[in-house]
Ligand binder design. Structure first.
Ligand code: ZN
Ligand code: ZN
Length: 352
């Protein structure tokens, strides 16, 4: 059947360079949704997978896990979507459905998740991400894009946004103004600032240099900016933060950040770091501080962040580019030369 062919861009080897690639889509099963991809976010994890830096990449690899598309076909048992609906797909497209995390709506912690890229579907085929014309995804892993949310705006929320929202949700609705720290100002960090502000928190951005001060304060609306290499500034802010969202994907000793936390404060790690993180026991004993982690978010939370965004009229900062620019976009992302996230206009690109 002619309609089952999809066109995407794929990495062929560890150079990670993307080029056109066509493949067959699997059949739309009883509980599957087929969508035509409109937009897809560009993330560091894509790049690591493209270069085989995480774990054995199956080439050709079609990246992309912040996908917004339009429903074009439905399996007979899908009741919650209609053809023409705008929908989103994030980092995972399958899980076992039976383990305790799956049963309690925390499918991201299922030991058998099927990742959107470089995973294996239940029928044995490889998963292909959103740098492609179309996808077939089980309905459990498809969310609805709210009507008053622009589809390109929605894309970064599906991985970066929910990665920040899921751990911050526990602080929502506090009866006092919480003091938040956001460490790192990339894709996740910038959305973390916006989400924490929208929750009414007092937000301090912590960065290794002064370079992002103006972006943090003037563009993202943070309340304060702290340079981590400035000992006097760090000392002045000691014991002042209720939590820190740590989004830095590179090695950094935690001691100086833990000193910023107040009694009972939490440091939440959301970025994988290639080396063990470091801290002294007294850094957490004195002040009853906690170091904790969080991995993306559940499908329920993915739906929630989209609605939260639409309801509050929030805006992510994106640069929309076409597929023929994608290799350049990754190059610039690596240099931190994007404010703050690239989104591919997949439907507006020539993929062949
Ligand atoms: Zn499971
Ligand atoms: Zn991601």
């Amino acid at each position: 059947m002619e309609g089952r062919k999809a066109f995407g861009w794929a990495a062929r080897d560890t150079s990670g360079i993307l080029s056109p690639f066509s493949f067959n889509l699997r059949e739309t099963g009883a509980e599957d949704v087929m969508l035509n991809v409109l937009y897809c976010g560009v993330d560091h994890t894509d790049l690591h997978q493209m270069r085989n830096e995480i774990h054995s990449t199956n080439y050709p690899l079609v990246p992309g896990h912040e996908i917004v598309g339009e429903v074009v076909e439905l399996g007979p048992e899908v009741k919650k979507f209609r053809v023409g609906d705008l929908v989103g797909v994030g980092c995972i497209v399958g899980s076992c459905g039976e383990c305790s995390p799956c049963q309690s709506n925390m499918e991201q912690y299922c030991p058998n998740i099927i990742p959107t890229i470089n995973g294996t579907n239940k029928d044995g085929s490889f998963t292909r991400g959103g740098f492609s014309s179309a996808m077939v995804v089980h309905q459990r892993f498809v969310v609805r894009i709210p009507e008053n949310l622009a589809p390109d705006q929605a894309a970064p929320l599906l991985c970066a946004g929910v990665t920040a929202y899921s751990p911050l949700k526990q602080f929502m609705g506090s009866n006092r103004v919480l003091r938040a720290g956001i460490l790192g100002l990339g894709g996740v960090g910038h959305l973390g600032v916006i989400i924490a502000k929208a929750m009414g928190h007092h937000v301090t951005v912590i960065s290794s240099s002064d370079k992002k001060r103006q972006e943090a304060l003037d563009i993202l609306g943070a309340d304060a900016f702290l340079v981590s290499s400035n000992a006097a500034e760090m000392e002045g802010a000691a014991n002042s933060l209720d939590y820190i969202l740590d989004t830095v994907p590179a090695f950094h000793p935690l001691g100086s950040y833990l000193s910023l936390l107040t009694v009972d404060g939490k440091l939440i790690v959301v970025a994988a770091v290639p080396k063990p993180l470091q801290f002294d026991a007294v850094d957490i004993i004195l002040g009853k501080k906690a170091i904790t982690g969080s991995f993306i978010g559940s499908m329920e939370e993915t739906q929630e962040i989209l609605e939260f965004w639409a309801e509050k009229g929030l805006k992510s900062f994106i640069e929309v580019v076409r597929m023929d620019y994608v290799n350049k976009a990754f190059e610039r992302m690596e240099r931190n030369d994007v404010r703050f996230r690239f989104v591919l206009d997949v439907a507006g690109s020539n993929l062949e």
